[in-house]
Design a protein around this ligand. Structure first.
Ligand code: DLL
Length: 431
């Protein structure tokens, strides 16, 4: 089943020709509308008219997350605010967050792309979709929602949290599809067990899971517990959100990247050299149809491998393997992307803290748990009667982490020179 058969099955040569045409158009547009691109193309001595073949793409400089935050909030926009109808954002303190704008046309494109994903997952207007991706600045909730409406499916905008309520709705409303992070699905399974509910007796038949890495073993566990087919969906907010790639239900192996809208390259993360298709490396995306913030050669930080073999579903678009590793130190905690530097930025603002800390990530049941061990100054730590002071600092850290980053850590304050120098991050989760 296809949502847009013509484009999803375009012969590869025609697909490449379409990509080149769209790339040339987008190059012209960004060069003349976004100061950042003018500066970076001029510095690389490239004019939009120099792009004559897809081979010329590698002459263009990469865009990194740092470029996004250097241009916070609106420096990367290529249209005036009057044309923007939606803003999403990543978490972080001022200047460490990034803002993603959408024009009306971008929302249409995005909804169409998510609709493609849903149809590729075998979903139709007769399905009821339980959408437990968070609604809000995160692109998962609204992204999936608009796609579901586009195919006229019935969507339950439950968002994240409240596992017991989720289970009651899953039982009573009879949804046939569930969308959420894979770890949240396993959390629901654990809750169901304690509540004595049998998930297999529910009407669910397909699950769409993403926004964080998940292993084959996790997939098997989810499929067995829920008695569903579990499909991987991939995307990143900078490029558009969910809707960049999904596994088709026919092959259930590797995610098709919708190449009429995105160019994907794999690079060596150390040298930036473009690798042959099929070799593991960092994925770099170029958006071809985005109006508000077209990104040219955006380094995703995700390590994967492209699968070039034709797929039995009939889609001609290249596939990517599951993304399990990162080329940088970004942590994904319960679907929320966090950099250690963002945590440090919060800690340095709090008086009485030494700059030494350790971030420990582990599993608490199916969910992710974050612990922060932070050194406090000698004065506060040794002062008698400072227990209150310590509690105050602890509460402030928890609150700021929740407010700015959307995660709630367990905080352990320790005396000066207690933490060993070395790894600032210990990730105990097994993938
Ligand atoms: O996570 C968009 C999304 C929402 C994708 C719902 C799928 C479903 P961001 O918050 O910008 O956007 O996070 C993007 O999450 O660079 C990957 O590191 C990671 N990620 C997303 N999907 C997958 C996946 C959304 N299927 C970052 N497997 C990306 C592994 C994933 N990692």
């Amino acid at each position: 089943m296809f949502y847009n058969e013509e484009f999803e099955t375009l012969p590869r040569e025609a697909l490449k020709a379409l990509q080149l045409k769209r790339l040339q158009q987008v190059m012209q547009r960004v060069y003349h509308t976004v100061g950042f691109y003018k500066k970076s193309f001029d510095a690389a001595q490239i004019k939009p008219s120099d792009i004559k073949s897809m081979n010329d793409l590698k002459k263009l400089p990469f865009i990194t997350r740092k470029d996004m935050s250097d241009n916070y909030p609106y420096g990367m926009f290529s249209v005036p605010m009057g044309s923007i109808v939606r803003l999403h954002a990543s978490s972080g303190t001022t200047g460490r967050s990034a803002v993603f704008g959408y024009t009306r046309h971008d929302i249409e494109t995005w909804s169409d792309l998510v609709a493609r994903c849903l149809v590729a997952a075998g979903i139709t207007k007769n399905d009821i979709i339980h959408n437990a991706f968070s609604y809000g600045l995160f692109t998962g909730g609204l992204g999936l929602h608009y796609g579901a409406e586009k195919i006229d499916a019935s969507v339950i905008p439950i968002s994240g949290g409240n596992a017991k309520r989720q289970l009651m709705i899953l039982r009573d409303f009879g949804p046939t599809v569930i969308c959420c992070t894979p770890s949240y699905a396993l959390h629901l399974a654990q809750e169901a067990k304690t509540m004595g509910m049998d998930l297999k007796s529910f009407k669910l038949r397909v699950g769409i899971f993403g926004a964080e890495p998940w292993s084959k073993a996790m997939r098997e566990e989810i499929e067995k517990t829920f008695s569903i087919t579990a499909l991987d969906i991939y995307g990143l907010s900078e490029v558009i959100g969910p809707g960049i790639a999904i596994e088709c239900i026919e092959a259930h192996n590797g995610m098709h990247i919708f190449e009429d809208h995105f160019i994907v390259e794999t690079i060596n993360p150390q040298t930036g050299e473009v690798l042959p298709e099929g070799q593991e490396g960092e994925l770099v995306f170029t958006s071809l149809s985005r109006e508000a913030i077209p990104l040219i050669r955006y380094r995703s930080g995700d390590i994967s491998r492209l699968i070039t073999e034709p797929c039995r579903c009939g889609r001609t678009h290249i596939k990517m393997e599951r993304a399990l590793k990162r080329s940088d130190d970004m942590l994904i905690i319960s679907g929320v992307n966090i950099f250690p530097a963002q945590i440090e930025a919060i800690l340095v603002e709090i008086e009485g803290l030494e700059p030494r800390y350790q971030i420990i990530v582990d599993k608490a049941g199916a969910l992710d748990a974050l612990e922060l061990q932070v050194e406090v100054s000698d004065k506060i730590f040794s002062d008698s009667g400072s227990v209150k002071e310590l509690q105050k600092i602890e509460q402030r850290i928890v609150k700021d982490m929740q407010d700015y980053l959307g995660v709630e850590p367990r905080v352990k304050l320790v005396g000066p020179n207690t933490l060993k120098a070395g790894d600032k991050v210990i990730d105990k989760r097994r993938m």
